[in-house]
Design a protein around this ligand. Sequence first.
Ligand code: SF4
Length: 370
Amino acid sequence: MNPTNEFELLGRDRQELTDLAQKVGQPGYRGQQLFEGLYRQRVASPDQISNLPQEFRKTLEEQGFRIGLPRIEKKFISRDSTIRYLIAFADGQSVETVWMPEGDEGERGDGSEAGVQSGWDRATICLSSQVGCAVDCQFCMTALLGVKRNLSAGEMVGQIVAVLNDREVSPPRDRVNLVFMGMGEPFLNYDNFIKAVRLLVEGVGIPESRMTVSTAGIVPRIADFGREPVRPKLAVSLNASNDEIRTRLMPINKKWNLEKLMTAAREFPLRPRERLTFEYVLLDEVNDSQPHAREVVDLLRGIRSKVNLIALNPGPGIDFRTPAEQRVLEFQKVLVGAGIPTFIRRPRGRDIYAACGQLKRTTELVQFSA
Ligand code: SF4
């Protein structure tokens, strides 16, 4: 579905770069140097990889190879310092990637806040896995776009490289968390997603323990994901306490209902101290009452889990209301009372349409800097 460009280097792994070096008559270790240049130094052109011989750089250029770094088309800066990037690829398609200094509290309780250093603290980058999304969750603005195409592994890594370069931040020295929670359903673009994870871990230097992927509930892929030797933490976008409401909010529930989803969740092989995260968007008088909270407690029984509550981030074309703070707190109280660590995610960048469920490539904003 995505146009894989045979001349783009970003997205190739160590072996593929070694093969490329050898194909043009260079020793295999030059592939490793290319790998370092692409992912650790994050260069914009092969010419900037100074430890490659001039002759190799020239060959790459003559044969039309390029890094394939996506372009930051626009940058919207929120009052709370969140930045929403509109990032464009070679074919003109674009996605959104969000930089959240200090995170949004979604990482609380999962161990990733351990070891925070003073000074520059931590940031979370939310990246996209598809252009648009086919899953059609009724509270999400991305759904209004439909799905245009999958992103390649290089395009997913490219979002991170572009944002890190813009912010002048370098993992692992600087503490960066990644969440695959932007546009798209990562488990419907599974192979590219997994390849991107490996490149981000081995190349860019972001540990898998600081990454989380969220799925709307693509059940067969949850089992596959549990078998991956290198994998982020898993978050399930739950959003309802029974099938009737979930099918209304997330049509995918017709294919994989709560029983199938919760069975997959229960069977998911958690690592020591790891918790399965459940994301729950609260919609006023739809899924946010105390009886709903008690149903959630029943669903999660026996799963080492934590819950992130998100009061709906409103937007044009979305027919639900944001619940009052009191309702959110009461919902949280029921879960906490049942022993489930439950956090309220701070809305980040709502004023620039950067918050959860708001990513729709909105460009008509007053406050932005290009
Ligand atoms: S919430 Fe996620 S899975 Fe659902 S439509 Fe939006 S982007 Fe797709």
